[in-house]
Each structure stands twice: as structure tokens, then as C-alpha cells.
Design a protein around this ligand. Structure first.
Ligand code: XMP
Length: 319
């Protein structure tokens, strides 16, 4: 019988048999999948699990603190937080091509894991939050059946020289099943039902060159959008919502001054599988309120626009 409790029990038994006394390393992103793997493995093997959380400077407002609080304080999981902002931002200097950004970020992630893995004794396994749809999608990409539009880096992106065996306890599960298990394991609702967030983070939402100042603007605007969605009870009604910082300047008037400053685009979509998506028809009054707050509260933003393109032809992310 499929119940979260049964799945968890069976999975824990299998993990204990598979792993024995070995150490396991997990790349914790704070997203649903890796979070559920962390909680599950913690139940199964306790302190044999070490998570590495990379604070790459491309995360949303307060995200790093939130992840550490949930896992370390509430769940008692061992998490190494790697402060890697400099490393990532240095790599991204003067880079504007979206695929180039993704590759650099993917490589930087791998380097950080290699460093951490080398430091830790007795690590024999690498845990990943691969879920069933990832398995299908990457099989398609490998056989050339699905055309790769963007290089997503969560499946199979590991260097072979790491010499670790893979443990992927969610490989047979769909997203909604993963979520049910997460709740059952005691993860907070907001974490389990959070919108997806891409591996390259805000770097693909600051269009063009990424720097600290742009990230700061975007983070602030994005936070306002998400906060308003939650307050209006709309967050759970859309599948994904976020702000994008555009590399164009537009004229506006703030007080008595003319400004010539960047533009924020808001994106919200409704979808079941993220392969196709409809732009979310958010109420005009709601959008107006978000725009007003962003322009008033985020100095350095002149204008807010709303993306009304569905997927296809547009992808969900702008890069
Ligand atoms: P696109 O932009 O391809 O996005 O329509 C579809 C979904 O995938 C997310 N996304 C990523 N997730 N690594 C990830 O883990 C990535 O590199 C990546 N790129 C896009 C995107 O946020 C959306 O949910």
C-alpha cells in the first residue's frame, strides 16, 4: 500500500542495508528534493550523513539562514555551509552568455564538492535528490530524444574521479509523493511546497552580467513579489513566480528627480509538469500593488513589467 509512512519505512531499511557503516555526502540546495533526501537519510543513518550547502551568493533573500535553521537547529542534521560567494561571482565577471553562466556555475559547484569531499574521512557515497521525472528527462537527453534547451545541472553532473557511489532514494518517486514524504518527515510546509528554484540561482535572473549590486536589487524586488503573493493567498495558486532584473534602463520620476534606471520583470506561471506552462493571470490590482512597492522600496528600479508569454514558446526562466 502506498502511504508516506510505508514508503519511508521501506526506504530507510533499504538505505541502511545499502550504506552500512559508510559515510554519505549530500549536496543540499534547500530545494524540495535534496531537502527530503537529507531528512530521509538523517532518519536512516544519522551522523553518517554530512550535507554540504553552498552559499554561492546567488540565493534569494534570507535563504541561506533559512536552510541552516531548518536543518541544523530543527532537524539536527550535520550541514557544512560553504561561503563561496566570492568564488562564484569572480567566475561570473564579464560573462553574459546564459549557457556560459550555467557551465561556470556548474563547474564551480563541483569544485566545492570535491574540496569538501576530500576533507571528510570515510565518505563512500554521494546522495542525490534525483526524482523519477529527472530520470526520464535525462534519459531522453542522452539518447537525443529530447532536445536540450538548457543545461540543467542536477542529474549526472558528477565528476567520475570523485570515486563515490551514488545513492538516489527518490529515483522512483513523483514530485507530489516526494512532498508527502517530506511533510511526514517533519520538514516545514513552506519548504516542501516552495516553488522550484534553478540550480544556477539568481545568476540566470540577472540578465547579462551578474554583479553584487544587481543581485541585491533583484533579491529585494523578488522578496516583495513573493511576500505579496503569500499575503494575497496566491502563492500556492501559481506553480512558480519570481522577479527578473533586465539589463535595460528606463526613465522614471522619483520625487522631483528624473531617474534612468533598470527594469524589473515579474514572471508567474501555472503548470503541472514545467514542460509547458501558462502565464498566470494574476489580478491587475495585485500586480499594481507589487509594482508600486518595488518602485517605492527598491531604490534603483524605475519600472516593473509583467511577462505574459506562455511556454512554449518562451521558457519559464528568462535565460
Ligand atoms: P525552463 O526555463 O527551462 O525551466 O522553462 C523549467 C523549470 O526548470 C527550472 N530550471 C532549472 N532547474 N537547474 C535546475 O535545477 C537548472 O539549471 C534550471 N534551469 C531552469 C526552472 O526554474 C523551471 O522550474
Amino acid at each position: 500500500l502506498w502511504t508516506p509512512t510505508n514508503i519511508i519505512a521501506a526506504s530507510i531499511e533499504r538505505l541502511r542495508a545499502q550504506i552500512g557503516e559508510d559515510g554519505v555526502l549530500l549536496a543540499l540546495s534547500g530545494g524540495v528534493d535534496s531537502s527530503v533526501v537529507a531528512a530521509l537519510l538523517h532518519r536512516a543513518i544519522g551522523d553518517q550523513l554530512t550535507c554540504v550547502f553552498v552559499d554561492n551568493g546567488l540565493l534569494r533573500l534570507g535563504e541561506s539562514e533559512q536552510v541552516m535553521k531548518t536543518f541544523v537547529q530543527h532537524l539536527g542534521v550535520r550541514v557544512i555551509r560553504v561561503a563561496a560567494e566570492e568564488r562564484f561571482l569572480n567566475r561570473l565577471k564579464r560573462v553574459t552568455d546564459p549557457e556560459h553562466k550555467r557551465k561556470l556555475i556548474g563547474n564551480a559547484f563541483i569544485e566545492v564538492f570535491e574540496d569538501e569531499a576530500a576533507r571528510l574521512p570515510n565518505i563512500k557515497w554521494l546522495a542525490q535528490g534525483t526524482i523519477y521525472p529527472d530520470v526520464i528527462e535525462s534519459a531522453g537527453a542522452k539518447t537525443g530524444k529530447a532536445r536540450v534547451i538548457k543545461s540543467h545541472h542536477n542529474v549526472g553532473g558528477l565528476p567520475e574521479q570523485m570515486n563515490l557511489r551514488l545513492v538516489e532514494p527518490l529515483r522512483e518517486l513523483f514530485k507530489d509523493e516526494v512532498r508527502q514524504i517530506g511533510i511526514e518527515l517533519g520538514l516545514p510546509y513552506e519548504m516542501v511546497y516552495r516553488h522550484p528554484f534553478p540550480g544556477p540561482g539568481l545568476a540566470v535572473r540577472v540578465l547579462g552580467e551578474v554583479d553584487k549590486e544587481s543581485l541585491e536589487l533583484l533579491r529585494h524586488a523578488d522578496h516583495i513579489f513573493i511576500e505579496e503573493l503569500r499575503q494575497a493567498g496566491l502563492y500556492d495558486q501559481v506553480s512558480q513566480a519570481f522577479a527578473v532584473l533586465l539589463p535595460v534602463r528606463s526613465v522614471g520620476v522619483v520625487g522631483d528627480n528624473r531617474i534612468h534606471a533598470p527594469v524589473i520583470a515579474l514572471r508567474a506561471v501555472e503548470t503541472l509538469d514545467f514542460m509547458t506552462a501558462r502565464w498566470a493571470h494574476l489580478p491587475a490590482e495585485f500586480l499594481e500593488q507589487v509594482a508600486r512597492r518595488i518602485v517605492n522600496e527598491v531604490a534603483g528600479i524605475s519600472r516593473v513589467v509583467y511577462d505574459i508569454t506562455s511556454k512554449p514558446p518562451a521558457t519559464i526562466e528568462w535565460e
